[in-house]
Ligand binder design. Sequence first.
Ligand SMILES: [Zn+2]
Length: 290
Amino acid sequence: MEGVAGLFDVHVHLFPPEVTCEIERYTTEDVFLHSICNSKGHKYATVEDLLQSMAKNGVAMAAVSGFAANDQGLCRLMNDYVLEAARCYPGRLLPMAVVSPGRPGVEAEIRRARDGGAAGVGELFPWGQGFPLDGKEASKLAGICREGRLPLLLHVNENVGHRYTGKGDISVKEAALFAAANPDQDIIYAHWGGGLLFYELMPELQRQLQRVYYDTAAGPFLYDQKIYLVAREIGVLSRLLLGSDYPLLAPLRYRREMEAAGLTATEVEMVCGENARRLFFRTEEHMHVD
Ligand SMILES: [Zn+2]
């Protein structure tokens, strides 16, 4: 069975069909989400689409997020969809909760999602959702996640290079400070942490970023595949996680890049599965300690 030693994809987005079919109505007051949904190449995926893609790509497990909105009620709808999906496919889908950190009800929604099986929080968009990483909302969010032993998946991006929808001003500096301020929190910085991994060549950053993981999401659009060898050289392969950003890109494309770049089979297995299992299942053992 391909499901046994298959890939573990930590960055997957699902959209509840009832939201997709009325997307204009749902996003009229959410400038960021509206711009994402109207960007070129944006796709919507349902649970059924994802399961087909998982079979095709040899993905054994996917950590699934809705899409973080500014409206807490819309976040709740997104969460309901992924929580229900994960209940239907236990052991294959791991639900992540999205919230709007700048609006009331964050703690209640994270607790509700955790009680419903959520294994983490994210992907959240500090820039798009308007909560700076050095602000009160972000520090409160980190406290709630720490208490619930929930890894936090955050979108950050490079602060140089080409423009694209969703690219904002929160980058390596903010990400490094947030990690340093929350040393006991497991953080996954999406999209290679906007390049934060390169700064792990600085000894003090290396020390401060021990609980930081990086995912590979959208990597083929951003970096030469040599980045995998650079990550090995820097010493962060044990904290690198396969994230496809499905339905944007297929997971196999990443695996092929890793292999073509020259990672060994053992290293590919670490990045594509072992690291994520260590992160999520170690966390789960402690989840119900209150
Ligand atoms: Zn992202």
